[in-house]
Design a protein around this ligand. Sequence first.
Ligand code: COA
Length: 423
Amino acid sequence: MKALDGIKVLDFTHVQSGPTCTQLLAWFGADVIKVERPGVGDATRQQLVDVPGADSLYFTMLNHNKRSIELNSKNETGKAVLTRLIEECDVLVENFAPGALDRMGFSWERIQEINPRIIMASIKGFGPGKYQDCKVYENVAQCAGGSASTTGFLDGPPLVTGAQIGDSGTGLHLCLGIVTALFQREKSGRGQKVSAAMQDAVLNLARVKMRDQQRLAAGPLKEYSQFGEGIPFTDATPRAGNDSGGGQPGRILKCKGWETDPNAYTYFIIQAAVWEKVCDLIGEPDWKTADGYKSPPERLDKLNQIFERIEEWTMTKTKFEVMDVCNPLDIPVGPILSMKEIAEDDGLYATGTMVKVDHPERGEYLSVGCPIKLSDSPVEVERSPLLGEHTAEILSQVLGYSDDEIQDIVASGAVGELKAAAE
Ligand code: COA
């Protein structure tokens, strides 16, 4: 048995943010029914194509363990089928542009009328307010959520980050809202609307930078290297390069081979509790007791000098040797791992964090598995569905249409041609 066994999800999501959420629900055991436009499907099926004729990795890596039904929600018969799906499902998840669902004739009020127990979960770029009607993609959210203004180096432009905090980050937030609403429904018997705006999710993940924004009123941010460099602060949280910016100073430092390997680096944290061990390790035992070095506040104006000295040591070791030496001493360090190194890490396959999946069109591919592990609800990653692969079985098994009714639905143009399920 899986945690969400028996929960049916009408998955009206596309691109990345919504699919991330419904993929997690599917991994936790929900029956996720992805509704896609006949003949077209989720736009990502045909984006960033690497194997001609096959669904892209963009699609396959975000839509595991789901079923696909082709359904034209603007066709009258299609609307009737969608209404039946809303009646049958516990959750509807969507991330259309603002107003798209209303234009189809499925406002939240109408959806509640059809099924008062349904939880309707939506992702939009912005919450209510002046930007509520905007279409939004990942990097717009990173910028509007405060992340970009605080990422990068002080003397460079704002930077977006490779981690998809706007899309996948919002999908995670929405997923938590959905399971919380399912939990409340156990007691209230009612569904509810769950909303997560991408700007809000990014801001939530950038919460510590809002902390620093307020700390600025009390003076310069001494944990930022700009303080030691004597560069004045402005009235907004600055970009802090690779400074940790938190209570324990940290940096990315070069390791052996950095001249040719762009990822021969380690993160190195000079946690107060292990300062003495760091001093011994790098050959500066005097720093343990010297004025200006012995306590964390004294060191804050010398972070550049201290990290340069530590880097002289890390450059004599590979990033893995740094880890091997520092871990037993409890000095927190982390190698900069490339995606190639991660893809080759057997340990991650052993835990299911990385998986190999077989696909009828593209053969075997690698994917990131479920990052959340439930001891009583293990995840088995199954390939993503082909477009409309499950139309027939959803119409008959989930919605109870007879063969004749299904023929009529096909004839109306509401669904694509029925396909036999692929191996
Ligand atoms: N049958 C018929 N029509 C369908 C359909 C179906 N099964 N599924 C979708 N459509 C229609 C929609 O009703 C909409 O029509 P309308 O504009 O006439 O109302 C149309 O397809 C396009 O939907 P839209 O959401 O506007 O897609 P888009 O490609 O123009 O925009 C986004 C994409 C992501 C920018 C937009 O959906 C958005 O802002 N979403 C919210 C924020 C978000 O999740 N962004 C991150 C995505 S990773």
